[in-house]
Design a protein around this ligand. Structure first.
Ligand code: NI
Length: 220
């Protein structure tokens, strides 16, 4: 990671590592994403890890998240969660040996995906200690619900009012291209809008913490 990216991450709480996931891994991950989503849409597979909602007029349930993604029967994704390019990136960012602590796929279905309300992933850890790495499988733009952040909000107190932080702003949409890795401090105030476009917006998110730091399961 170059210094400018690390500096932005420290100051704003987020940054994009452009092109961090390269071919053929990117295409292979996309193929796995398609396979896992089709289990839900085509095969009727359901589990507590497949999160969906029912939308008026949608015809079928709308999938929005596959939780515990490392345990869904994809050797490629289990491998990515166990070790690899994201671990190197996270170790550079956190400046310490790291472990992966959570993994999910975010699916924003064209025309149907709802907004994700403003939230913070965790506040029980200090700033600059735990981060989420989002690997984009598709180009992510405002029209398909790219992530939006309140820059610097990782430095707000643990009990800061998220709604007030958004009202104060500024709010910054952060587009990314397929293969980019968007890094954000888990303390960041963030959310995303509906997908009003005709294109999918899929990402694989892996959380990283320093090896010695225990995390609670109450948040995140
Ligand atoms: Ni989040």
């Amino acid at each position: 990671m170059n210094t400018a990216v690390l500096d932005q991450l420290r100051l704003d709480g987020f940054a994009v590592a452009a092109g961090a996931i390269i071919e053929p891994l990117l295409s292979d991950l996309r193929a796995e994403a398609i396979r896992l989503v089709r289990r839900f849409t085509d095969d009727g597979y359901r589990s507590d890890d497949y999160w969906f909602f029912n939308a008026a007029g949608a015809g079928q349930p709308v999938l929005y998240r596959i939780h515990n993604l490392e345990s869904q029967g994809s050797a490629l994704i289990s491998g990515l969660y166990a070790d690899g390019p994201l671990h190197s990136l996270a170790a550079d960012i956190l400046g310490a040996p790291v472990r992966s602590t959570a993994c999910a796929m975010i699916v924003k279905v064209p025309g149907l995906a709802a907004a994700v309300p403003w939230h913070r992933d965790r506040t029980s850890v200090p700033p600059h200690s735990v981060c989420n790495l989002s690997v984009f499988l598709d180009d992510s733009v405002p029209e398909n619900g790219c992530l939006e952040f309140v820059p610097g909000s990782h430095l707000l107190p643990d009990d800061a009012d998220v709604t007030r932080a958004c009202e104060r702003g500024p709010i910054q949409p952060v587009p990314a291209q397929a293969g980019d890795v968007l890094v954000h401090d888990v303390r960041m105030v963030h959310g995303s809008r509906r997908n009003t476009s005709a294109t999918y917006r899929r990402s694989i998110v892996v959380e990283f913490a320093p090896v010695g730091l225990a995390l609670t399961s109450e948040d995140g």
